[in-house]
Design a protein around this ligand. Sequence first.
Ligand code: NAP
Ligand code: 8YV
Length: 321
Amino acid sequence: MHDLLQIGTFPTQAQALIDQEFRCHTLEQLEADGALRARVRAIVTRGNYAVPRSVIERLPRLGAIASMGVGIDLIDLAAAREHGVLVANTPDVLNDAVAELCIGLLFALLRRLPEADRFVRAGGWQQGVFPLTTTLAGKRVGIVGLGRIGKDIARRLEPFGVSIAYHGRSDQHLHWTYQPDLRELARDADVLILIAPGGEGTRRLVDASVLDALGPRGFLVNVARGSVVDEAALLAALEGRRIAGAALDVFENEPGIDERFLALDNVVLTPHVGSATVETRSAMARLTVDNLRRFFEDGTVLTPVPAAVRTQGRAAGPAAA
Ligand code: NAP
Ligand code: 8YV
């Protein structure tokens, strides 16, 4: 059995799958055993844990980092590249689950479903009527980051009778409208959906000016990363009703959450559960193990993070739990 450094905890089934084929060690165990540390050739981790340069440089034989998740914003890609370390993630197998959560959040936000549920449970129906909400049909949706998941979200939205535009660094020449200016996209949207990668390139991309462009009738859905939004500006916009509301699966300091969100009635909050279905998490775990197995077989991985993405890598931020 090959030895791995494991960073973070995994769901029980995923851990069992990894443990069938590999012997996992914590960083503390490796620090206590220099010979073991010198043997370790791969790290297994998840998208919400940091893999900093200091760890990469602590393992002299490190050749691969296999992350269970598609987002690699917390891995120090520059350090990995410098040391010839492959980075593998789990793209595509989670698209359905994340796109479904996004659509679910969107309806929960527009139709105020969590609040309606609380209203019924608290006996509010016997006292009065629930306020009218707003319909998705006819709305203009702007998607920030029309990649694998973004396209699946757009495809799922089409039958609801919305118009769709997107923003990214490049025009993909699709039948949806490309908008190179994010503020213009927000100005022309009733709903702004974020599903771009996190990291330095997108840090606080959605700032006060974008939120003001979205305006008091506009809704924000963030299933990307907390870092993509200026959270202080978002809280101010929500509190001041300068945007209509937000549905958020991701936060700047998760799982710590700014308590000001909890007092708001114009937000729907979920605990980073985009990919958290039994089917998807087991597919992600299988792909992670397949990547590791392949690495130990022939030094390659099945789903490497492409070189173009890896060369944009910057130092990773602090660990999220
Ligand atoms: P992907 O296929 O790489 O797509 C990313 C898209 O973002 C691309 O279309 C890219 O287009 C765009 N983009 C990159 N940099 C940008 C920038 N600076 N400004 C605007 N757009 C930019 O990735 P994916 O598989 O769809 O995943 C997207 C992200 O979703 C992940 O990185 C992760 O952070 C997040 N995610 C969240 C959950 C959750 O549980 N909530 C689950 C899975 C994934 P251009 O190259 O044209 O800019
Ligand atoms: C999870 C995610 O947080 O894939 C991602 O980028 O954000 C999620 O799927 C996680 O990494 C699952 O292990």
